[in-house]
Ligand binder design. Structure first.
Ligand code: ZN
Length: 192
């Protein structure tokens, strides 16, 4: 984000404060426009990230052909309908076909898509598609489970409901047994 972008966000935030009936000049709010601009700079980082820099050669040739699964990866995103947070856990699996990816890159790919305005459905698909394109694996499965502040703090105010979305490619889509194995593992209790 450029300095100009940040300055514009500061101005917009001052206006927002006025419009909701606040006084942007009272002490507690003086630095709020500055903080909001900084926060949005961070929350929108994903727009400028580029997949090849992010992966940075961490794709390796490997003959392992069983399921690789990372579960309970925390993520935080912003819903594009209300500009309110949604956050939760991602469970991501793939079955390699000659290539594996450095494990730390999976949460980074997730964050690249989370740090944008999103709808959970699209984000799930984008993560699955990106892994599919990058690794050409036998299959990819992504499940996101999230709580949406736009649903919990306003509107229907259902604080215990969460949303689950999934996207599958290849063998996870075509083979019931593989999909079931994935779903059984992600249902297991957290151990640490
Ligand atoms: Zn929303």
């Amino acid at each position: 984000m450029t300095e100009e972008n940040k300055n514009n966000i500061k101005e917009l935030t001052k206006k927002l404060l006025l419009e909701i009936g606040e006084n942007p000049n009272r002490e507690g709010l003086l630095k709020t426009p500055h903080r909001v601009a900084k926060a949005w700079d961070y929350l929108s980082k994903g727009y400028k990230q580029d997949i090849s820099t992010l992966i940075n050669n961490a794709v390796f040739k490997e003959e392992y052909d069983q399921m690789v699964l990372v579960k309970d990866i925390e993520f935080y995103s912003m819903c594009e309908h209300h500009l309110l947070p949604f956050f939760g856990y991602a469970h991501i699996a793939y079955i390699p076909d000659g290539k594996i990816i450095g494990l730390s890159k999976i949460p980074r790919i997730l964050d690249m898509f989370a740090r944008r305005l999103q709808v959970q459905e699209r984000m799930t698909q984008e993560v699955a598609d990106m892994l599919n394109e990058t690794l050409n694996p036998k299959g990819v499965a992504v499940i996101l489970e999230a709580q949406h502040m736009c649903m919990q703090m306003r509107g229907v105010e259902k604080k215990n409901s969460y949303m689950s979305t999934s996207a599958m490619h290849g063998i996870f889509r075509d083979d019931d047994k593989t999909r079931k194995e994935f779903l059984d593992i992600i249902k297991l209790e957290k151990k640490f």
